[in-house]
Design a protein around this ligand. Structure first.
Ligand SMILES: Nc1ncnc2c1ncn2[C@@H]1O[C@H](COP(=O)(O)OP(=O)(O)OP(=O)(O)O)[C@@H](O)[C@H]1O
Ligand SMILES: [Mg+2]
Length: 328
């Protein structure tokens, strides 16, 4: 899939800590507490590459996505878009860059304005970003609707979101993102609210569009099977940190981190070659507020030893993929 090694994004040491409403005790003691939603992550996205950001609920996927396209301000770090750090840019400057970076949200029932027609929804970014002369708007909308498989496109123009199925609405969301000709899109769980057949259709559509326009995609999901279906590179997040990263088939075939191993051993991904022992992990993912001093996964890790409780593991290259774990 990724045919070009040109970098779109270089994310360096990205951090987002949200202040939490503190209890009575902490407000007396004056000690501020934070959720470390994104806690120092670095990775690149190349032109035409599909990077999958995977993790359980609360691991920081959406926060990371929103930081990258500056819908949210980072607490620290660099967001280098085609050579320029955009982390500190004012929103007026960001608006000019928006046509290069679009986002498709999870819930097509909430993300489309119910009072607007499909034509108005899909054409809106052209007006907001002043992308083309008025006479080009209608043909561009038709092309965008056709690109996402809504035929005959003219018949959709005057309809409203409530007249469409969930899958059709998600196609409209994708058309709205696509119409400005972005080089990069974020798809935040774009298929998880849909039934199984529609989910596959939407994943296939993203795959087609990615190939047709050689777009970079940051695909967010908690579902490893979806990630493998679409992705080139897998990044696994745990409590705001990258714990494993690498070429997706390599990581799924031979994961290094115990958490990755556990996730993979618990999902039905067809692979006759893989020898998998099911690993069960106790407990739920905690909130990233009171983190242990060593590895943040150590309280749930069946293999944790002394060092894991004292020292936070760095993300190091282990047999062709990066893993943050003290085990060999
Ligand atoms: N605006 C905010 N204010 C305070 N805390 C926040 C805010 N947004 C997110 N968080 C917290 O940051 C952490 C990461 O949240 P985020 O939504 O990025 O996770 P996620 O991986 O996208 O989860 P999900 O799979 O449920 O969508 C969570 O603990 C969440 O409660
Ligand atoms: Mg999310």
């Amino acid at each position: 899939m990724s045919s070009d090694s040109e970098l779109i994004f270089e994310i360096k040491d990205l951090i987002k800590w949200f202040p939490v409403r503190t209890g009575l005790f902490s407000s007396f003691s004056g000690k501020k507490e934070f959720v470390r939603a994104v806690d120092n992550i670095s990775f690149n996205i190349k032109k035409g590459e599909v990077v999958c950001l995977v993790g359980e609920s609360g691991s920081g996927k959406t926060t990371a996505a929103r930081l990258i396209i500056r819908l949210e301000d980072a607490t620290g770090g660099q967001i280098i878009f085609k050579g320029n750090d955009i982390a500190g840019l004012k929103q007026s400057a960001i608006r000019k860059l928006r046509r290069n970076m679009q986002i498709v949200f999870q819930n097509p029932y909430e993300s489309l304005d119910p009072r607007m027609t499909i034509f108005e929804i899909v054409s809106e970014p052209l007006h907001l970003m002043k992308i083309c002369p008025g006479k080009e708007v209608a043909p561009r909308v038709i092309k965008a609707l056709e690109d996402v498989g809504l035929y005959p496109a003219e018949e959709f123009n005057h309809r409203y979101p409530h007249e469409l199925s969930g899958g059709q609405r998600q196609r409209v969301s994708i058309a709205r993102a696509l119409i400005v000709g972005p080089e990069f899109i974020i798809a935040d769980e774009p298929a998880s609210m849909l039934d199984a057949n529609t989910r596959i259709e939407i994943l296939n559509l993203l795959q087609d569009l990615q190939a047709r326009y050689n777009m970079g995609i940051l695909f967010i999901t908690h579902d490893l099977a979806q990630a493998r279906y679409l992705g080139d590179t897998l990044i696994l997040l745990y409590l705001g940190k990258i714990i494993e990263k690498g070429e997706i088939n390599l990581v799924i075939k031979s994961p290094h981190h115990p958490y990755t191993k556990a996730l993979i051993s618990n999902v039905p991904i067809p692979d006759p070659d893989a020898k998998r022992t099911r690993i069960d992990i106790e407990g739920e993912i905690p909130t990233a507020i009171h983190l242990p001093p060593g590895c943040r996964f150590s309280p749930r890790c069946p293999f944790a030893f002394e060092k894991c409780l004292d020292e936070e593991p760095e993300l190091l290259m282990k047999h062709g993929r990066l893993s943050a774990c003290w085990l060999d």
